[in-house]
Design a protein around this ligand. Structure first.
Ligand SMILES: [Zn+2]
Length: 135
């Protein structure tokens, strides 16, 4: 019996082939939701004599969604607080002025600059809009 590469149980039913990012895994049905299910359409044959064409269906798996969130968070990069602070200073704005422009409290700007909180995507967009040329 093959074992699920995620939870380790013996797979009694059909083995699910999934991808998570660039890795392919063979998992049980319950774990298939963590990745993108690969459906190999046997009717389709490649003329190059290679593997059958893989039709990937299903929605993005949980892990991939998590990756996306991380990627979105990464666009502000490390030391985002310092970057924002520098950009704000270059723009000649005080914390309170920046806060007003993005419609948030000054304490929020201060916390973001101190990296006590990570700005939400929405807040980050607003900051980007105001400080675009300085970031
Ligand atoms: Zn499993």
């Amino acid at each position: 019996m093959p074992e699920c590469e995620i939870c380790g149980v013996e797979i009694k039913g059909k083995v699910q082939d999934i991808t998570i990012g660039s890795s392919k895994l063979q998992v049980c049905k319950a774990c298939a939701r963590y990745g993108t299910v690969i459906v190999v359409d046997k009717k389709v044959k490649t003329t190059l004599g290679g593997e059958p064409v893989q039709l990937v269906k299903a929605k993005r798996g949980l892990y991939e969604q998590m990756d996306l969130v991380i990627e979105e968070g990464m666009e502000m990069g490390e030391e985002y607080g310092r970057k924002i602070k520098e950009a704000r200073e270059k723009a000649g704005l005080k914390q309170a002025e920046l806060a007003k422009r993005i419609n948030e409290k000054q304490s929020m700007v201060r916390k973001i600059e101190n990296e006590e909180i990570i700005p939400s995507k929405e807040v980050w967009r607003k900051i980007e809009r105001v400080l675009k040329s300085f970031l």
